[in-house]
Ligand binder design. Sequence first.
Ligand code: MG
Length: 367
Amino acid sequence: MRITKVRTELLRMPLPRPMQAASSSDKKGGPVSKINMPVVFITTEDGTTGLGYSWSLLGGDTATRCILQDDFTPLLIDEDALDHERLWHKLYRRMQTGGRRGLVTQAQAAVDLALWDIKGKIAGLPVYKLLGGRRESAPVYYSDGGWLYMSVSEMVVAFEEYLALGMFGVKMKIGHADYRTDIERVREVRKALGDKVWIAVDANQKWDFPTAVRVGRELEQLGIAWFEEPLLCEDIPGHARLAAELDIPIALGETLGSRYEFNAYLRADAADILQPDIIRVGGITEMVKVVTMADVANLPVEPHHMMESTIHVACGVMESGAIEYMPWVANAFAEPMQIKNGQMLPPQKPGLGLEIPEEIIRRFRVG
Ligand code: MG
């Protein structure tokens, strides 16, 4: 199925709720209100068009568009769109000296999603069924209501709204200048929501080892489900020491760029829960490999947001693991994700089941 056309767009979508985490804030340290969404449409000789997309928060958007247009499009034209595995490696090898993680990989993810979308449309099957149909839904936790700039009462209002929809738990950010502020905020949220509610926390790489040990021990007392990204993501030995030192599970992986980077963590026994981001690892093709590696290591996978495409991997090949409800690009798509009784359902249309209306593209396009 020959590729005849590749169209690239760049959207800048307003976030439903501004975000602020230990590693992400605006120029003055305040909340961030927009997300970059490079989009690619790949068309084949029979007129089938596949949709893929990428994301970045604080830059890299026009560079990603350039990689899609200038580097990837000439490599894709006249190729067989059904050869996702071969094309993934073709792009990866070609760009090896330009970046085997980061923007190149994120652009590659957009292509990979579009190729899976095409495959599903041609087969007449949703992608999660093509991948394996391991389950028909995945539980959801709420992750867009615990930002650093929010007060405890604002967080609790947001959390309660989504817990009332049946989501099984919530995640909040930690990583203020003084870690004691975070402990106090977690304590107050725990008190407000009660002992039975599932709560996870995310430090977004804020601390050094001694501080992370101190924070981790406090979190254990508060019944927190996991301690996400306590240290710099490059510090594999530090995470290994921390995972050995603490009882609370260490969760990470959203900033890792491929199966090779996950492998380094697995070999060092440096994580308890793996959190691949479907875009940052290079798409569905690579994420499936990371999930298999986690299976072999007998570690849980809790994917990092981008729920609209992640749901296909989560239901296609994962027996367990939750979806992180983060509606950052939700407003780009024609239809909202279906959530029933706290479970997200994969779209049933052939392919990814996602559509971006032309009106949305015109409205949010970056020229
Ligand atoms: Mg995180």
